[in-house]
Ligand binder design. Sequence first.
Ligand SMILES: CC(C)(COP(=O)(O)OP(=O)(O)OC[C@H]1O[C@@H](n2cnc3c(N)ncnc32)[C@H](O)[C@@H]1OP(=O)(O)O)[C@@H](O)C(=O)NCCC(=O)NCCS
Length: 121
Amino acid sequence: MPGDDDATTRHFGFFVAGSLVGVASLFVEPLAERSDLGHRLRAMAVLESSQRQGVGTALIKAVIGAASVAGSSYLWCTVRPTAVDFYTRFGFKETQVQIAMAHGSFSTMVVTIPSFPKTLL
Ligand SMILES: CC(C)(COP(=O)(O)OP(=O)(O)OC[C@H]1O[C@@H](n2cnc3c(N)ncnc32)[C@H](O)[C@@H]1OP(=O)(O)O)[C@@H](O)C(=O)NCCC(=O)NCCS
């Protein structure tokens, strides 16, 4: 993706016995309508055979922790309808912005970093 190799971009992987089973990437990319520092979460995915075992939770915690350390106020992402409930668990809220993509309409979801339950970090 554009920005993959930027110095501020972070790529996270979850490995089981040396095999990569989950990924997430973190980019410095504020929302157009905001002037404070924000990060964007992209390409979050867990292999189907490793889903529902806590891998996604571990990745979200790592990503939000890194965004927090970088001084970010918020984290946002575009989310397919089937994953909205997953992100809601971590404090993400849907905005009015819907993005039409080839494989359907995605929601834009945002979580304010200080409101993230620190016990989950
Ligand atoms: C969405 C996704 C990243 C979640 O990863 P995961 O490793 O399965 O998540 P976890 O195991 O950490 O799940 C944490 C909790 O969320 C729940 N959960 C997981 N996926 C969910 C979903 N799609 N909708 C609602 N709840 C979900 C789990 O049941 C679990 O609940 P529990 O603690 O009560 O058991 C993963 O299912 C995935 O890669 N899906 C396909 C790609 C995708 O949708 N990516 C998101 C980008 S839009």
